[in-house]
Design a protein around this ligand. Structure first.
Ligand SMILES: [Zn+2]
Length: 251
């Protein structure tokens, strides 16, 4: 049939509709963020039972209806069901999906965000990687992918390229780093260590597959959490429900 389309995507959200159905939100390579109706997805013997759930990556075949898409077939590549049993890992995961949903638009190529989500969920499942670091990496790289990258390669106020040993400050208001003399002008600048600056640059530039290949000391991780967390909050105008739960759990 001519109105059948196939997309590569990941399920961001799945909500029950009526007694047996679900509505899912997909982030896809071909159509951007779209929503689809999964008829019968809540029936125990439905082929969509396992597929119409958050964190499912796969190939989705959809009927393009007049006002919405209807799920026709799914070939799952990854379920990531292990995540469901992880506390607080699952809430990190939900927060990452929520952030992707916030920025997702219909009609855009979401390949990079899909790849970022994929490597990030894998990192969440890796017990050797600190989940607080996973959050910092995901938030900062998401900002970069969405055109909201902070300026961390030169002073955001005067353009001065700071030397390696020079003190550097991070300013939320200026969306990036400041050199010593610009930071003195009463701007909202907080000292940024060389290690934290290096980590930020790496997160912004590294290939997706290399994003989760470094570690930080507790001190530097705290610094990064502080700056990146505030930066993300200030550049999004939504309060994320899963983040509220996560912050209650990890306090
Ligand atoms: Zn400057």
């Amino acid at each position: 049939m001519s109105d059948l389309i196939t997309v590569q995507g990941v399920v961001l959200l799945a909500a029950p509709v009526g007694e047996y159905d679900k509505r899912i939100v997909l982030l896809t390579r071909e159509r951007g963020k779209i929503s689809a109706f999964a008829r019968g997805a809540r029936r125990p013997n439905s082929p969509f039972m396992a597929a119409a759930n958050p964190f499912v990556f796969g190939t989705f075949t959809l009927y393009e209806g007049r006002s919405s898409y209807n799920l026709n077939q799914v070939s799952v590549t990854n379920h990531f069901v292990e995540l469901a049993g992880m506390q607080p890992g699952i809430y990190y995961g939900y927060y990452f999906l929520e952030l992707a949903d916030y920025f997702g638009r219909e009609g855009t190529d979401e390949r990079e965000m899909m790849n970022l989500l994929y490597v990030t969920v894998k990192a969440l499942l890796n017990p050797k990687i600190d989940q607080r670091l996973v959050r910092c990496v995901y938030e900062l790289r998401t900002m970069a992918e969405q055109g909201l990258c902070p300026q961390v390669f030169e002073c955001a106020a005067c353009g001065h390229e700071t030397e390696e040993k020079e003190p550097v400050f991070f300013s939320q208001k200026e969306h990036g780093i400041l050199c010593g003399s610009c930071a003195m002008g009463g701007r909202d600048a907080a000292r940024l260590s060389g290690a934290a600056l290096f980590a930020m640059r790496f997160i912004i530039q590294a290939p997706m597959g290399k994003l989760y290949t470094f570690k930080l000391t507790e001190e530097v991780l705290k610094e990064l959490e502080y700056h990146v967390g505030r930066y993300t909050a200030q550049n999004t105008d939504k309060s994320f429900r899963s983040l509220d739960i996560l912050e209650m759990m990890t306090k």
